[in-house]
Design a protein around this ligand. Structure first.
Ligand code: MN
Length: 161
């Protein structure tokens, strides 16, 4: 048995693989077949399109984010949600517009990186999540940190509740 009490050093996600500021730090390293990392997405940041030939599991630990499979709808993901990216399924993941999102990523094998997710793909005409609709615990108010105006507190009328 190994108990890893100290996560590794955080590194910034490289610009050719992420849009915006994204931070990654390992939980367990290359001594296992699966790589386990924490990934912190700042508001509006996201990965580029990519695929994991052997699949990936994402477990959201904080905040609100967005995930999309190529050809599919964007889906809101929240703390407690787990996303299974099937082997070879092209996708991206990132933070919602007005909040941070942290997930644990368990990745088998290498990742194939493709083009960036454009602002139009990210916003897709209208916001999936209104900045004012994101409710965070006290002390984690990302809207204040990034200067978004306070909304009406509702989740909007887009039927995504
Ligand atoms: Mn992925």
């Amino acid at each position: 048995m190994d108990v890893n009490r100290h996560p590794g050093d955080a590194t910034k996600g490289p610009e050719d693989r992420f849009s915006g500021d994204v931070w990654l730090w390992p939980r367990i390293g290359a001594t296992r077949n699966a790589e386990v990392r924490n990934v912190l997405f700042t508001p509006g940041s996201r990965s580029a399109w990519h695929r994991h030939p052997a699949g990936q599991v994402l477990h959201v630990t904080e905040g609100v984010g967005v995930v999309q499979s190529r050809g599919g709808e964007r889906e809101e993901i929240r703390a407690g949600d787990t996303v299974i990216c099937h082997p070879g399924e092209e996708h991206w993941h990132g933070a919602a517009p007005g909040t941070f999102m942290t997930h644990i990523a368990v990745t088998d094998g290498p990742t194939e990186w493709h083009e960036h997710v454009t602002d139009d793909q990210y916003a897709f005409g209208e916001a999936l999540i209104q900045p004012g609709s994101v409710h965070l615990p006290p002390g984690e108010n990302a809207r204040e940190a990034v200067g978004h105006e306070q909304g009406d507190g509702g989740r909007g009328a887009d039927g995504l509740d």
